[in-house]
Design a protein around this ligand. Sequence first.
Ligand code: HEC
Ligand code: CU
Length: 355
Amino acid sequence: MKGWMGKFKVLSLLGLVALFLAACGKENLTALDPKGVGAQKSLDLIIIPTVIMSFVFLVVMVLLVLALIKFRKKKGQKDFIPKQVEGNKTLEVVWTTIPIILLIIIAVPTVIYTFDLADDADASDHLNINVTGNQYWWHFDYEGLEIQTSQDVYIPVNSKVYFNMKSSDVIHSFWVPTLSGKLDVNPENENTFFLDAHEEGVYWGKCAEFCGPSHSLMDFKVVVVSQEEFEQWVADMQNFDPETAEPATDAAAQGRELFNENNCLGCHAIGSSAAAIGPNLTNFGERSRLAGIEEMTKEKLVEWIVNPELIKPGNKMTGKYPEVSQDDAALIAEYLLQLSPSEITTEDAGNGIEQ
Ligand code: HEC
Ligand SMILES: [Cu+2]
C-alpha cells in the first residue's frame, strides 16, 4: 500500500512538472524557440550543460547498476566482508580531472556569452530606447526621436536596439524570453542591454522580479517590424499632433472633453510629452492589450475606466480621479480607441496561456 502511494506521489509530481513545462513551451512566451540573438545564446547555454550532465548521469547510472549486479550477495553465499580498498591515486586523479574539464567546457562559453550580451560599447551607433519600469507598466522613450510610448515597444528587425533601463519605484526585471535573457531594472542605476530580433512578430514580455500585488500582470510586448515599417511608424508617431487631430466621431469628441475634465491628463500624456505618471496614450488604439494584459475591447476598457482595481489590484490609477459613470466611460472609451496615428498594424498571438 505504502509503495503504491509513493508511486502515486511521484507520478503526480512528474505530471505537475510536465504541465509546467508545457506552459513554458507555449508559443511566444518561450525560451526554447529563440527569435533573437540573446535568446539563441541562452538556449546554447541551456543545451551544453544539459548534454554534458545527461552524459555524466548515464555513466554513473551504468556503473551503479553494474556494481549492484556484480557484487550483490549470490544465492547460498555465506556472509563475508570483502577486501577493503583504501586510496587509489589513479582513480582519484581521474575522477577529479574529468569534472574539472567538464566544468571548463561549460564555463568558457558561459563567460564569453555573458560578456558579449552585456557589451554596450557600440550603443551610440544604434537606436536607444530609455525604459522606465513602473508598478505595473512599462514606459518607452525613443532617444533622439521624441517618441514616447507605453506597453508596446516597436523595434526594427535584424537590428541591435539598446534598452537603457531604470525603475521609478521598486526593482523590476525586463524579460522577453523569445528574444533575450532578463535584465534587472533598478531605481538607483541604469542597466543597459540590447535586443536583436531576427524575425518579425509580436513578442510577449514579462516583469520577472516580484514587485507587488499585480506583478504577474505586468506584461508588455515587443513589436518587431521590417525596417521600412519601422520608419513609417516613427514618421506617423512624429506627425501626430493631439492638438489638431480631430476625433473620428461625435462620441469620441465628447469623450475627449470628458477625458480632459476628469483629471485623466494629470497622469496620461497624449503626444510626445515626457510626463508619464501613467502610460502614454498616443497610440492607445493600436495596443494589442489593455493595461498590458486584458483583451482590448470597449467593454473591458469601460470596466477599466470605472474601476481599474478589478483588473489590476494595487495599480496606481485607482481612486486618483473623480468617479466616472458607465456612460461617460463609454464616451471616453470611444475617444481612446480611435487614437491610432500609425498605419502599421500587428497581430498579437497572445502569450499562449489560457486566461
Ligand atoms: C493618478 C494618475 C492617473 C490618473 C488620474 C488616471 N490614470 Fe489611467 N493609468 C494610470 C496608471 C499608473 C496606469 C497603469 C496601470 C497599470 O497598468 O498598472 C493607468 C492605465 C490606464 C489605461 C490603460 C493604458 C494602456 O496602455 O493599456 C487607460 C486606458 C487609462 N489609464 C485611462 C484613464 C482615464 C480615462 C482616466 C481619467 C478618467 C485616467 N486613466 C486617470 C494613472 C492614472
Ligand atoms: Cu515589475
